[in-house]
Design a binder for this molecule. Structure first.
Ligand code: NDP
Length: 453
């Protein structure tokens, strides 16, 4: 670590104690930006990086609700409004027991650079709660979402801050939250993205993050005159991003062989085909079941339960060509990264946010894998959210083909920006440096234009 990064990180850590994911996300960016700051002293003088790492606003609130037994439950609610230099705040809401302020600061920080990369005018934010939707009835989820939105609706709005889904927040939760916003504020506006099609949603938004990640992989492969055709792909997660990454891998001729949830993973050597994927969608989105049920249904698959005693995840220890981590942060540790490389994986494309630990990232870059960091590779979700906002403003709905073509065009543009920015600063082929630099420059110049705010 250089002296600059060392000093910067020491100050950041002291100011933000107990937030390891936030430190990890900022450190990766600081390391990539050092040559940019050296070449452009105006950013250092204006303390752009220091300001970027300090949220413009953090909102924390109590979320009381009543469960089906009549007991009062209390959760914590958050919204981190990180940076609005290039547009209104925009970022998802996460409902998961692991949610705390530091986790949302990491996600909001990543979101700022990611949104900048999409080429659309969106600032960055993130929010959520430590509420666990798993095992709750629809009525409980509704009462929680209504209570959460009763407070959050004062702080968001179509021109202020536009939330969307993330882990634990899909169509059901967005419906409940949008309904409560409309009721309390008495206005029907595009305050959320990921809305239902009948009430302002966009075609392709549910698919966009997963599709976009696979489009990004296809772009990376094209630089080596390769395609996804016939490639074996490891996918983790079985939620929104994993489901549609799997679908797009199939569309482009690849062979997905794994899926997971927090209890374990399935390996289906025969491949997860469209009929099997339809079963997963029904299992996860309607029945809200566990991925182990896949192996009960399809005899070609083996289920392996999570084992906390192991220092690696066996999902990443199969022979394959590509890996699409689509579950959660830090799900690929240093040993998993080593296993991936040893098993012949030469494409790692991140549907999830920061799924690889720093040692893993270093290894992928050193071994010259085609490694697409989440900030660039999963930006298709928020980009299509931006397209949903445009359609809401125009009061028009674009066709599926039109939205998909725009998504593909945006993923191409993000890929090109990464390539160009990395080459301009001497990091040819390094998408981590490229994404961080390209995302930073637009935000940094806007911050300079707008003075010390
Ligand atoms: P979902 O809630 O739909 O699915 C998450 C999946 O990951 C589930 O299979 C879940 O299993 C698994 N998972 C979550 N947490 C853990 C954990 N701690 N350990 C093991 N497995 C876990 O979320 P999404 O698919 O929307 O999000 C997945 C990732 O993609 C996240 O990193 C998110 O930030 C990122 N992302 C999502 C976008 C979107 O548009 N939805 C946009 C950009 C990034 P289980 O059900 O058992 O918890």
């Amino acid at each position: 670590m250089s002296r600059f990064v060392d000093e910067f990180m020491a100050e950041l850590t002291a100011k933000n104690p107990g937030e390891p994911e936030f430190h990890q996300a900022v450190m990766e960016v600081a390391e990539a930006l050092e040559p940019v700051l050296d070449k452009n002293p105006q950013y250092r003088k204006a303390k752009v990086l220091e300001r970027l790492a300090e949220p413009e606003r953090v909102i924390m609130f109590r979320v009381p609700w009543v469960d089906d037994k009549g007991e009062i439950q209390i959760n914590k609610g958050y919204r981190v409004q990180m940076n609005s230099a290039i547009g209104p705040y925009k970022g998802g809401l996460r409902l998961h027991p692991s949610v705390y302020l530091g986790l949302l600061k990491f996600l909001a920080f990543e979101q700022v650079l990611k949104n900048s990369l999409t080429t659309l005018p969106m600032g960055g934010s993130k929010g959520g709660s430590n509420f666990d939707p798993k095992g709750k009835s629809d009525a409980e989820v509704m009462r929680f979402c209504q209570s959460f939105m009763t407070e959050l609706c004062r702080h968001v709005g179509q021109f202020t801050d536009v939330p969307a889904g993330d882990i634990g927040v899909g169509g059901r939760e967005i419906g409940f939250m949008f309904g409560q916003y409309k009721r309390v504020r008495n206005e029907f506006v595009g305050v959320f993205t990921g809305k239902g099609l009948n009430w302002g949603g966009s075609l392709i938004r549910p698919e966009a993050t997963g599709y976009g990640a696979v489009y990004f992989a296809a772009e990376m492969l094209a630089t080596r005159r390769e395609t996804l055709e016939g490639k074996t792909c490891l996918v983790s997660g079985s939620g929104n991003v994993a489901q549609y990454a799997t679908e797009k891998i199939l569309d482009l001729g690849g062979k997905p062989v794994t899926l997971s949830d927090s209890s374990g993973y399935i390996y289906d050597e025969a491949g997860i085909d469209r009929a099997k994927l339809a079963f997963v969608l029904e299992l996860k989105n309607v029945k809200r079941g566990r991925i182990s049920e896949y192996a009960d249904k399809f005899k070609s698959a083996v289920f392996t339960a999570c084992d906390d005693g192991k220092d690696f995840n066996p999902l990443w220890d199969h022979k394959a060509d590509c890996a699409f981590p689509c579950a959660t942060q830090n799900e690929i540790n240093a040993k998993d990264a080593q296993n991936l490389v040893e098993n012949g994986v030469h494409v790692v494309c991140e549907g999830a946010n920061m799924p690889t630990v720093p040692e893993g990232v270093e290894l992928f870059v050193e071994k010259k894998l085609l490694y697409g960091p989440g900030k660039a590779a999963n930006a298709g979700g928020v980009a299509t959210s931006g397209l949903e906002m445009s359609q809401n403003s125009l009061r028009l709905n674009w066709t599926r083909e039109e939205v998909d073509a725009r998504l593909r065009g945006i993923m191409k543009a993000i890929h090109k920006q990464c390539i160009n920015a990395s080459a301009a600063y001497g990091f040819e082929g390094n998408y981590v440096a490229g994404a961080n630099i390209a995302g930073f420059l637009k935000v940094a110049d806007s911050m300079l234009d707008q003075g010390v705010v």
